[in-house]
Design a protein around this ligand. Sequence first.
Ligand SMILES: Cc1cc2nc3c(=O)[nH]c(=O)nc-3n(C[C@H](O)[C@H](O)[C@H](O)COP(=O)(O)OP(=O)(O)OC[C@H]3O[C@@H](n4cnc5c(N)ncnc54)[C@H](O)[C@@H]3O)c2cc1C
Length: 328
Amino acid sequence: MANDVWVYIEHKDGAVTPMSFELLGIGKTLADGLGSGVCAFVVGEKADDIAKEAFAYGASKVFAVEGAEYKGFRADAYSKAATSLLDKYKPAVALFRATSQGTDVAAASAALLGFGLCTDTIGLAVDGGKMKMTRAAFGGNYTVSVVNEKAVPQIATVRPKAFAMPEKDASKSGEVVKEAFSVAEADLNTKVLEFIQSATAVNLVEADIIVAGGRGVGNPEGFQLIKELADLLGGAVGASRAAVDSGWIAYEHQVGQTGKTVKPKIYIACGVSGAIQHLAGMRTSDCIVAINKDPDAPIFKAATFGIVGDYKQVLPKLIEKFKGKLGR
Ligand SMILES: Cc1cc2nc3c(=O)[nH]c(=O)nc-3n(C[C@H](O)[C@H](O)[C@H](O)COP(=O)(O)OP(=O)(O)OC[C@H]3O[C@@H](n4cnc5c(N)ncnc54)[C@H](O)[C@@H]3O)c2cc1C
């Protein structure tokens, strides 16, 4: 058990998405390398439904701290509870998604345990019985590999979609280990008064369809056309760094080495040349459609379908066709 790989399962008031379980796949690979098992751990008001899903995605055991004080996410309460589990069971590895919640809990847990933390990891492997964590450094110009020689567990946050989703098998089950750990209100520094969803929030990482614009879009107005197609298809708007650096669209839309890593079913790249740093964030998309007026643009080498043309002419035609197909 001490050599196990643990994966933190994040949720919002008990609600999970399949992505909450994505690290169980790489967790299993690491556990195989260590000759151990992959387990999930969760903090929340109730854990049973989450545990059932975790088994389906490959966890052999689920460790849970439950309690009324864990209704609604609070970093200080969740990290104290997560730390109590890590401290008691001392797994070899603890993985968190590099999301707001995962990063909050991982950083606070590592600090409470007095251990180091490798953030935004993009590569994980077992080397000599230790976990080798790879991350981008110096603005993405280098990648570095980190091994935490002394800490047990070795803690990492992992970039969403950096690893393949594990297969789901609903027939699988396992043991749920519930540990009592309560935190007194007086020991918590935060109280959540209200949760307000940002009107402009972009969930690029979980989007099934992304329409992205690059420098070739030419100006902020060009992104209206990109957004029109994305909205029509129920997708999200992505961008290259050149478009973001030009001030045409916010950084939260950036895809690539120093932006987000995405893996949608369809990625439509408009006026994006296909630089290696952009491809690093989207090349594993299921289907890539490239629209570029330069037939020699490198993006066409990565594309499933390519359209050579001016996006200002191509997009209105695509929008019209999709409207017809979708009956809008
Ligand atoms: C350390 C580092 C990290 C980086 N991180 C990222 C990152 O995370 N994400 C990222 O995207 N980049 C990143 N970059 C930048 C990257 O190297 C490229 O500079 C950037 O991706 C280029 O963006 P682009 O394709 O939009 O622009 P360009 O390379 O200028 O390409 C524009 C394309 O638009 C086409 N075009 C022009 N007009 C039209 C039109 N009307 N219709 C259709 N096509 C048209 C052109 O033919 C061209 O192919 C990084 C660079 C470094 C050094």
